[in-house]
Design a protein around this ligand. Structure first.
Ligand code: NAP
Length: 295
C-alpha cells in the first residue's frame, strides 16, 4: 500500500550545477528529500547550501558519483541500495560536450561513457529499489540536439575508424538517452514505474563553459548565451515530470516545455533502441560490470 504522506526521495545526477541544481531546488521546495549525486563533493556541498537556503528544506544530501568511472558508479549504487529503501524519482541529468576526444576510466569515449553508459549502468543498479518504490519515475535529460544524429556508431564507439567531432558525439549520446528511455519504458509496467526523456531548452548553464568547448565552438557557445533561458527555466520540465499528476502513468515519451516534444524519425527506431540496449549490456560485461537481469 502506498503512503501518500511520506516524504518522497529523488536522486539527481550532476545536481551541483545548471539544470540539475535548479531541478533539485524545485523538488526541495516540493518537500522531497534530494540526493545530489555529484562528482565533486565541494561543488556538491555548495549546491546543497544554495538549495537549503532557498527552500528551507534541510533534507538535502550530497553523495559522490563519477559517471566516467564504472567502479565508482557501482560503489555509489551499493551505498544507496544499502542505506535507503525508497527511490521515488531518479533524474539522469549529468552530461557534457567535449571538443577533444577523451576517454572514461574504463577506456570508453567520454561523451558516450558519461552521458549514456554511466547512466545506463546506474539506472540498472538502482532499478530494483526504484521498482520496489512504485509508483516511481525515471527521467532522462536528453536534448533537441539528438536530431543531428543519424544513429549511434556502435561499430566505432571510440572513434578509431571515424573522425571525432564533439557535437557528433554529443548528439549521438542524446539520441542514446531517448533509446534508453523508450526501451526501458517498454519493459516496465507504467502503473508502477514510468520512464521519460526531455529537452530542457537552450539553457544558460555551465554547459560547454568549463573549457570542454574550445575554439570556434567555444566562442559560439559564449555568444549565444544571451539568447538562452536561465537554468531555473530549464528545470521546469524535469520538475513537471517528477511531480505532476498529469504524467503519473505516461511513459516512454519525450517532452519539451512540459508537452510532448518533437522526436527525430531516427529516435523512433525500436530496432536501434534494442541494439543499443544489448550493446550497452555487452560492453559493461566486457569491462567487468555485469548488470542485474531485467525480469
Ligand atoms: N544547457 C543546455 O542548453 C542543454 C540543452 C539540452 C540538454 N542539456 C542537457 O542538460 C543536462 C545538464 O546540463 P547543464 O546544461 O545543466 O550543464 P552543466 O551546468 O554543465 O551541468 C552538468 C552537470 O553534469 C555533471 N557531470 C559532468 N560529468 C560528470 C561525471 N563524469 N560524473 C558526474 N557528473 C558529471 C557536472 O559536474 P561538474 O560540475 O563536476 O562538471 C555538472 O554538475 C546535460 O545532460 C545536457 O546534455 C543541456
Amino acid at each position: 500500500m502506498t503512503d501518500n504522506n511520506k516524504q518522497k526521495l529523488a536522486i539527481i545526477t550532476g545536481a551541483n550545477s545548471g539544470i540539475g541544481k535548479e531541478t533539485a531546488l524545485g523538488l526541495a521546495k516540493s518537500d522531497f528529500k534530494v540526493i545530489l549525486a555529484c562528482r565533486n563533493l565541494d561543488k556538491g556541498e555548495q549546491a546543497k547550501e544554495y538549495i537549503v537556503k532557498n527552500s528551507n528544506n534541510n533534507n538535502i544530501v550530497v553523495e559522490q558519483l563519477d559517471l566516467a568511472d564504472l567502479a565508482n558508479v557501482r560503489d555509489f549504487a551499493k551505498r544507496i541500495n544499502s542505506s535507503i529503501k525508497t527511490i521515488d524519482v531518479l533524474i539522469n541529468n549529468a552530461g557534457g560536450i567535449f571538443n577533444t576526444l577523451g576517454y572514461t576510466k574504463d577506456g570508453i569515449e567520454q561523451t558516450f561513457g558519461i552521458n549514456h553508459l554511466g547512466h545506463f549502468y546506474l539506472t540498472r543498479l538502482l532499478l530494483e529499489t526504484i521498482l520496489a518504490s512504485a509508483p516511481s519515475r525515471i527521467i532522462n535529460i536528453s536534448s533537441f540536439g539528438h536530431f543531428s544524429a543519424n544513429g549511434i556508431q556502435l561499430n566505432d564507439i571510440n572513434y578509431e575508424k571515424t573522425g571525432y567531432r564533439g557535437f557528433k558525439a554529443y548528439s549521438q549520446s542524446k539520441l542514446a538517452n531517448i533509446y534508453f528511455t523508450k526501451y526501458l519504458a517498454s519493459k516496465l509496467n507504467p502503473n508502477e514505474t514510468t520512464v521519460n526523456a526531455l529537452h530542457p531548452g537552450a539553457v544558460r548553464s555551465g554547459f560547454g563553459m568549463d573549457g570542454d568547448l574550445k575554439g570556434l565552438y567555444g566562442e559560439f557557445n559564449k555568444l549565444i548565451r544571451v539568447f538562452e533561458i536561465p537554468s531555473s527555466s530549464g528545470a521546469k520540465t524535469p520538475i513537471y515530470l517528477a511531480t505532476s499528476d498529469k504524467v503519473d502513468k505516461v511513459t516512454g515519451q519525450y517532452f519539451s516545455r512540459k508537452r510532448k516534444g518533437l522526436l527525430s524519425p531516427k529516435a523512433n527506431s525500436e530496432k536501434d533502441a534494442r541494439e543499443l540496449w544489448e550493446f550497452s549490456e555487452k560492453l559493461l560485461a566486457e569491462k567487468g560490470f555485469e548488470v542485474p537481469p531485467l525480469n
